[in-house]
Structures are given as structure tokens and as C-alpha cells.
Design a protein around this ligand. Structure first.
Ligand SMILES: [Zn+2]
Ligand SMILES: [Zn+2]
Length: 351
């Protein structure tokens, strides 16, 4: 088959790769219909670290990608939920289904390390930016795409939309509240939609890029640049601040801005992947009685709530894919995504 193969820093190429086959009775094999590039894929592309994995080191070539939908081609003997020909979406985290974190629903923290991360690590699981893709523990981590959910929406359910929803739920947003979303990339824009779907009275969106502010405005947010956010939000909340703030950047500056924009006793939810060594203003957080939520989403847990919201049109998740490429042009898609142009949101690739 052909796939996007990691061969070293800034060297992800469209190349031949051995066809995947069923390796366990709980596996399925899918023909990929669409896949997308995640911000975290850029860490691999740059040869950075993700947790314990150092992508600057020499390692065997592997297929990248953890945001994938496809059609079931083969089904292992123990698989109960999937049939050949089904349209499926796949979770990026691979849980065993049996260890204590999995039994608590925290698939992202599965005890079997080769299964705990995303696809596309060098731990023996090849990723889904490929013609074909082996999905382990398929009953647990793959789901038939239901009627009323488009391929674009299903692809967002594999990570970005699930992560946004996880963050808004983590902020304990209640109907009638005022929310702020810092960072209007795909996850931040989807968080704006999730806030309104869950009953927010008003949502402020903050980003330095005018085009992204326009997109948030079109979703009903009051869009502000980072500089104007503080005085305007303070003034429009009688000096109190927002009930909750969802941070979708991960920089020390934006995380500390979240604590400043939230009211006393409010909630801050940090979705942005924090840099190593990032410092929290703990004394400030404590004196304002702020509750802090953070973590990585176990995306399968969000599907039962998000699917009806999509089917009923209460979340549309439209216009998130700013660019569509054939998988054969995947190297260009990575380069374009990495250039972070103002018009770049998410890149879809189709084999
Ligand atoms: Zn992702
Ligand atoms: Zn497990």
C-alpha cells in the first residue's frame, strides 16, 4: 500500500509500506476514506518529543496519523460490533479495555504502554494516514458512523471535536453562563460551538488572527484580540470576569490569561498541550478559588453525547477543513499546515 511514512525530522513522505494484516482476533482492517493532520502530528514532523517519545532519534519508518475514518475490509474472529462494509471512525487512543484506567473509561491512560498513546508512535502501531489501517481492540475504539453524521463530522469526532467537548464539559459550563475560549484554532472554534450547544448565554473568543476571529464571530462568539480581551470582558461582566474559561493554546501566557479572565470561584479548563516546565500562578489561583481542569480526552467517552448533538444540528462543526489534499500530496499538506498561514485550520487527506 501507500502511506505517509515518517523517515526523520521534516521527512514525512508518501511511500510504499507493507500492507497491514489482522494480528489479533480483536482487530479490524479498514480501507481509509479520509484522514487529517493534528497539531500533535507536527511534533512528530518537527522531530520533537511527545511524552517519552523522542522523534529526533533514529527509528524504524512508521505510518503517521491518528485521525482516520474508513470502511471495514476484514474483521477478526472475536469482533462483535463491526461488519465488512461498515463506515467507521477510530479513536486515537488505544485501550486494552481490561486494566483499571480502561475500566474507569480513561482509555487514554491504558496500562499497556504500547497501546496507551496515539497511533503513529514507534511502539508497533502504524497510523491511519495510509491506504489501509489495522485497528486493534476495535469493539472498544472504533464505532460505526451513524446516519446523520457526515464524513467531515466523523473525522472531527476522532479528536478535535471530542477534545473541545471534553474541555467544555471539564469547565462545568452551566446553561446561562458566560464562557471565554482562548485560541481559535480548530479545537477552540469547536469549543465555541460546544459552549452554545450546552447553553452558554455568551461566549467570547480570543485570538490574535483576524480570520480566526471572524470564524468565531460567525459561530456567535464575541471575538476579541488578546490585547482588548481583558478590559472588554471585565467591563461587560460588571468587573467580575467570566464563569468559565477554556484555554486551547497551551502557552504559559495564555494559561495565565485564563486565570485573569475568570471570575472568583470560576472554572478554567486547559486543553492546550502545555510546554515542559510551564509554571502556574498557584497563589493567584488559590486566592481566587479557581477550579482547574485539564487532561487529555478519552475520545470514545464523548461520542454518545456528541452524536445526537450533531444529528440534531445543534453542533454543526462545519468549515473546519480549510484544505483538502489527496494522500499522495500529503507531504505538501504537512508543509502547508506547518507554515501556519492565517487561512489554515485543518488539513484533510483522501487516499
Ligand atoms: Zn489529533
Ligand atoms: Zn487498558
Amino acid at each position: 500500500m501507500k502511506a505517509l511514512v515518517f523517515k526523520g525530522s521534516r521527512n514525512i513522505v508518501y511511500d510504499s509500506f507493507p500492507d497491514p494484516t489482522l494480528e489479533a482476533a480483536s482487530d479490524i482492517l479498514i480501507a481509509v476514506k479520509a484522514c487529517s493532520i493534528c497539531g500533535s502530528d507536527l511534533h512528530i514532523y518537527h522531530g520533537d518529543r511527545i511524552g517519552p517519545h523522542d522523534y529526533s532519534k533514529a527509528m524504524p519508518a512508521f505510518c503517521v496519523g491518528h485521525e482516520t475514518i474508513g470502511e471495514v475490509l476484514e474483521v477478526g474472529a472475536a469482533v462483535k460490533q463491526h461488519r465488512v462494509g461498515d463506515r467507521v471512525m477510530v479513536s486515537p487512543g488505544v485501550g486494552c479495555g481490561h486494566c483499571p484506567p480502561c475500566l474507569r473509561g480513561q482509555i487514554a491512560h491504558c496500562h499497556q504502554p504500547r497501546m496507551a498513546g496515539a497511533f503513529g508512535t514507534h511502539l508497533g502501531l502504524n497510523g491511519g494516514q495510509a491506504d489501509y489501517f489495522r485497528v486493534p481492540h476495535a469493539d472498544l475504539i472504533a464505532r460505526t458512523i451513524p446516519d446523520g453524521v457526515s464524513n467531515d463530522q466523523a473525522l472531527l469526532l476522532t479528536d478535535a471535536l471530542s477534545t473541545a467537548y471534553f474541555g467544555v464539559k471539564g469547565a462545568q459550563l452551566a446553561p446561562g453562563e458566560i464562557a471565554v475560549v482562548i485560541g481559535l484554532g480548530p479545537v477552540g472554534l469547536l469549543a465555541v460551538e460546544c459552549c452554545y450547544a450546552l447553553g452558554a448565554e455568551r461566549v467570547y473568543g480570543i485570538d490574535p488572527v483576524a480570520h480566526r476571529r471572524d470564524l468565531a464571530q460567525a459561530l456567535g462568539a464575541i471575538s476579541l484580540s488578546p490585547d482588548e480581551a481583558m478590559p472588554i470582558i471585565k467591563q461587560q461582566t460588571q468587573g467580575l470576569g467570566a464563569d468559565c474559561v477554556i484555554e486551547a493554546v497551551g502557552l504559559e501566557a495564555t494559561i495565565s490569561q485564563a486565570f485573569k479572565l475568570v471570575r472568583v470561584g470560576g472554572r478554567v479548563s486547559v486543553l492546550g498541550i502545555a510546554q515542559q516546565g510551564a509554571v502556574l500562578p498557584m497563589a493567584y489561583v488559590q486566592m481566587k478559588n479557581i477550579s482547574l481542569f485539564t487532561g487529555v480526552a478519552s475520545v470514545v467517552n464523548t461520542w454518545s453525547e456528541l452524536i445526537p448533538l450533531l444529528q440534531q444540528g445543534r453542533i454543526k462543526a462545519g468549515n473546519m477543513f480549510s484544505h483538502r489534499y489527496s494522500l499522495a500530496d500529503g507531504a505538501q499538506a504537512y508543509a502547508k499546515f506547518d507554515a501556519r498561514g492565517d487561512d489554515t485550520l485543518k488539513m484533510m487527506m483522501i487516499p
